[in-house]
Write a protein that binds this ligand. Structure first.
Ligand code: DAH
Length: 360
């Protein structure tokens, strides 16, 4: 066997033994690359006599062709083996149940959902949304809302106060969303139509009270606003929120320093084996406080009570959420228990709309 055929056999053996495309490429470079063994033989042709070149040249080129073919054939085999291996690892079992997409997997907290529902309903009636800080002045939380200094109604609010400042005044965690009424009236000229959703705080804790809770306030100020408008708005709201066609409401006289007259509103319901149904039944359930804005409040907020009048209401978001979605212990809303959230939570992409349904 000549040197050339030994070399060819060796290379063909290496080609056959290459286990993957990288190994095969290394064999190719070692044989046919610039410094490859066959390339080296070809380079020597130039130094040969014409006769030698003829015979040797033909032999080397034939060997080179066979090596090239063997490389191509082996590459095909390795390629399809690699594809087979990939297909084997990437098989899809179409009979498996569909997994939730990551964007669908989380849950919207029922309180966030109810905020969205309330905002959607009032936005549809033409209300805009006003917000204020959780840390308030005593002035906005109480004084301008017609709670005189030392008035017993202040005590009823179980307020979290901050330490007194040097001038003796104390900041506090707002006990209700009503200070946002004050801020809105000070900042805007009537007509005013806002709702003020947000966090509120009182020193209180049991199954239906938590130190931090949520309210939504409503405020309408205009020249001719009256209790009839208020009742209509609240009635429409309750129907939309509880997703029923009819609901009876009852308004009872009450007292709030910032409204005169003041009322509390109840909705009709039926309690049945631990469940509540709205829009039917003989029971009544209190859901909010409301009234005509007291002239003292209008005056304290820069609005002339001889020109303008208005009405307001305040409602516990946690309370209406519990009623609507059948939750019994308010404290669970704040525990962040994933099991509770996956039971009571809402799908992130099911955004509440009036046309598409609030809660479906
Ligand atoms: N601020 C009251 C509370 O927290 C709720 C309330 C009642 C708000 C009557 C109002 C209203 O705007 O008119 O108890």
């Amino acid at each position: 066997m000549t040197d050339l055929s030994t070399l060819e056999q060796t290379i063909l053996g290496q080609i056959a033994g290459a286990g993957d495309e990288t190994a095969l490429e290394a064999v190719r470079v070692a044989a046919l690359g610039k410094k490859g063994s066959i390339s080296a033989l070809l380079a020597m042709l130039g130094k040969m006599s014409p006769e030698e070149r003829k015979t040797q040249g033909a032999a080397i080129n034939l060997a080179k062709d066979r090596v090239t073919q063997a490389l191509a054939a082996r590459r095909e085999i390795l390629k399809s083996a690699a594809l087979d291996a990939r297909l084997a690892t990437e098989t899809i079992d179409v009979t498996l149940p569909v997994r939730e997409a990551p964007a669908e997997a989380g849950r919207i907290h029922p309180l966030s959902q109810v905020f969205e529902e309330v905002n959607t309903i009032f936005a549809d009636m033409g209300f805009s949304i006003a917000e204020g800080p959780d840390i308030e002045t005593d002035d906005y939380n109480f004084t301008r809302l017609n709670f005189p200094e030392g008035h017993p109604a202040r005590e009823m609010h179980d307020t979290f106060f901050f330490p007194a400042k040097q001038d003796g005044s104390r900041m506090l965690l707002r006990t209700h969303t009503s200070p946002v009424q004050v801020r809105t009236m000070l900042a805007e000229k009537p007509p005013i139509r806002v709702i003020c959703p947000g966090r509120t705080y009182r020193i209180d804790s049991d199954a239906t009270h938590t130190p931090q809770f949520h309210q939504v306030e409503g405020l309408v100020i205009d020249k001719g606003s009256h209790l009839g408008h208020l009742k209509w708005i609240l009635h429409e709201f309750c129907k939309a929120f509880f997703e029923v066609d009819h609901i009876n409401m009852r308004f009872r006289p009450s007292f709030f320093p910032f409204t005169e007259p003041s009322l509390e509103a109840d909705i009709q319901c039926r309690r049945d084996k631990g469940e509540i149904r709205f829009g039917e039944g003989e029971d009544w359930l209190e859901i909010l406080g409301c009234g005509m804005v007291h002239p003292n409040v209008l005056r304290a907020c820069g609005i002339d009570p001889d020109l303008y009048q208005g009405f307001a209401w305040g409602m516990g978001i946690d309370r209406i959420a519990m009623l609507k979605y059948g939750m019994h212990d308010l404290r669970q809303m704040f525990e962040g228990d994933v099991r509770w959230l996956s039971h009571y939570g809402f799908k992130p992409l099911d955004v509440p709309t009036l046309a598409g349904g609030l809660s479906s």
